[in-house]
Design a protein around this ligand. Structure first.
Ligand code: SF4
Length: 275
């Protein structure tokens, strides 16, 4: 079977950095936890746990040791609380997310009404809202943009992983909401690159396998985009591949979300080659 990997797939810079920081933080006999799963990939989270890096959902569960802030980032209150609790902190916030957070704060400090274009329930967007302060709002559709009132000064930032074309469409709908508008396009290129490579490959193969956490927004999006072009399956591990998917298939394309470890991609690649 011919199996082709997308030109861009798997761990992005921010995730690689976060995993490295987490691995480096593990020390025998010491308590080390990430605040929330380090990435949206259950297999990687389990592997870190085996090496002594656990996961807590809240600082209330922590009494001592090291707390790792994941690449999605957190609001300023968490930094204050970690300091007050006397915990050791390892900040693995992706620098691109940090830029979106500081851009939102800067706009708010300059008196702009901050609008974040992104998924409201995503931890990164929540953290950006917290840096921007109480009045900030998050929107993710053109309809939500239409429903906003007019503002004296309007500042816009993006969730780093938001779709670039959709960001543009929503911004266009915001243009008549203020005569003083500042747009900071805080979108990270890793997402664009993975999406473009996946869509290109999906037009060249009979079947796409998209690998990554079922709870990973960027992997789910990759699967949606590929399914517009060809038959597509979203899996987390090689064990999920089923023989009947490959009937009459000559070429398989593989892509993976930004939080999918290399070892899982390799396993899936090898198994597909044997089909
Ligand atoms: S997708 Fe971009 S912003 Fe998000 S962690 Fe990766 S490099 Fe950072």
């Amino acid at each position: 079977m011919e199996v082709i990997l997308a030109d861009n797939l798997g761990f992005c810079y921010g995730v690689k950095r976060a995993i490295q920081l987490a691995e480096d933080s593990a020390a025998p006999g010491q308590v080390t936890n990430t605040l929330g799963p380090i990435i949206h990939n259950p297999q990687m989270v389990a592997k870190l746990a085996e090496n002594g890096v656990g996961t807590v959902d809240s600082l209330d569960e922590v009494k001592e040791g090291t707390i790792i802030i994941r690449s999605h980032g957190v609001g300023p209150d968490v930094y204050d609380r970690v300091e007050a609790m006397g915990l050791n902190m390892v900040d693995a916030t992706c620098p691109h997310v940090r830029k979106a957070q500081s851009s939102a704060k800067m706009l708010a400090d300059e008196g702009y009404q901050v609008v974040i274009i992104g998924e409201k329930r995503h931890p990164e967007v929540k953290s950006i809202i917290e840096w921007a302060g109480d009045g900030a709002v998050a929107i993710e559709t053109e309809e939500e943009a239409d429903s906003l009132p007019k503002y004296g000064k309007l500042g816009v930032v993006a969730q780093t992983t938001f779709s670039a074309p959709k960001f543009k469409l929503i911004v266009e709908r915001l243009l008549d909401k203020s005569s003083d508008m500042k747009i900071l396009r805080t979108i990270c290129t890793a997402t664009d690159q993975r999406q473009s490579a996946a869509m290109k490959l999906a037009t060249e193969v009979d079947l796409m396998i998209v690998i990554g956490g079922k709870n990973s927004a960027n992997t789910t999006r990759l699967a949606q985009l590929c399914s517009d072009k060809c038959k597509t399956y979203h899996i987390e591990t090689a064990e999920e591949l089923r023989d009947d998917w490959f009937d009459k298939i000559k070429k398989i394309g593989i892509t993976a979300g930004a939080s999918t470890p290399d070892w899982i991609i390799k396993e899936v690649y090898k198994k597909c080659q044997k089909k």
